[in-house]
Design a protein around this ligand. Structure first.
Ligand code: GRF
Length: 200
């Protein structure tokens, strides 16, 4: 049984795709052991609750120092003891200690075809604004291992999405989510669960 912990920061649509795929068996032999948000009151925690999965808010705002926050986050992960950590719409800079401890056991979904529109400042809607600004005809999403550099780890899967005439950033974001993010993130986790993609 693959145990996964999912880190979120907002709406949780990628989390929803993973939870549904686990329930349907598209992701076999897997249990979501917990969802951790670094922001309070986000809908992703509602989604976890609706699916009977434990949700936790561990926000830097609740701690005296960044160090204390990191200790609390790592402590919760120790408690959950996941085999794999999934960053799903997670806007948190992952502490180096966590990257080291879970080397090749943290994956992230990025809403562009890395290396395009990735790295510092490229997150959420800003990614799609930059893609439209540049005038690319194709964009998409990437699942990659997380290492100590933002959006830099080994690429595991990518899926291309067409940019259409008159797209707004919101319309493009929705297409990239529906046609790419919500498809390749569950697919990658399923391949990990089947042992076809090695982790650790
Ligand atoms: C999405 O664009 C996702 O690719 C990015 O964060 C945004 C929100 O994701 N990582 P979610 O709806 O919270 O899963």
């Amino acid at each position: 049984m693959l145990k996964i912990a999912v880190l979120v920061s907002g709406g949780g649509t990628n989390l929803e795709a993973v939870l549904k795929a686990v329930e349907s068996g598209d992701i076999p032999d897997t249990e979501v052991v917990g969802v951790i948000s670094n922001n309070e009151g986000v809908y992703a925690l509602e989604r976890a609750k609706n699916h009977g999965v434990s949700g936790f808010c561990i926000s830097p705002k609740s701690f005296e120092s960044r160090d204390d926050f990191h200790k609390a986050l790592l402590g919760k992960l120790d408690e959950l003891a996941p085999d794999l950590i999934v960053l799903a719409g997670c806007l948190l800079k992952i502490p180096e200690e966590m990257v080291k401890k879970y080397s090749r056991r943290i994956i992230n979904i990025h809403p562009a075809l890395i290396p395009a529109f990735s790295g510092k400042g490229f997150y959420g809607l800003k990614v799609h604004e930059a893609a439209l600004e540049r005038g690319v005809k194709i964009t998409g999403a990437t699942v990659h291992f997380v290492d100590e550099i933002l959006d830099n780890g080994e690429i595991i899967a990518q899926k291309a999405v067409e940019v259409k005439e008159g797209d707004t950033p919101e319309v493009l974001q929705k297409r990239v989510m529906e046609e790419a993010e919500w498809v390749i993130l569950p697919e990658v986790i399923a391949e990990i669960a089947k042992g076809n993609i090695k982790i650790g």
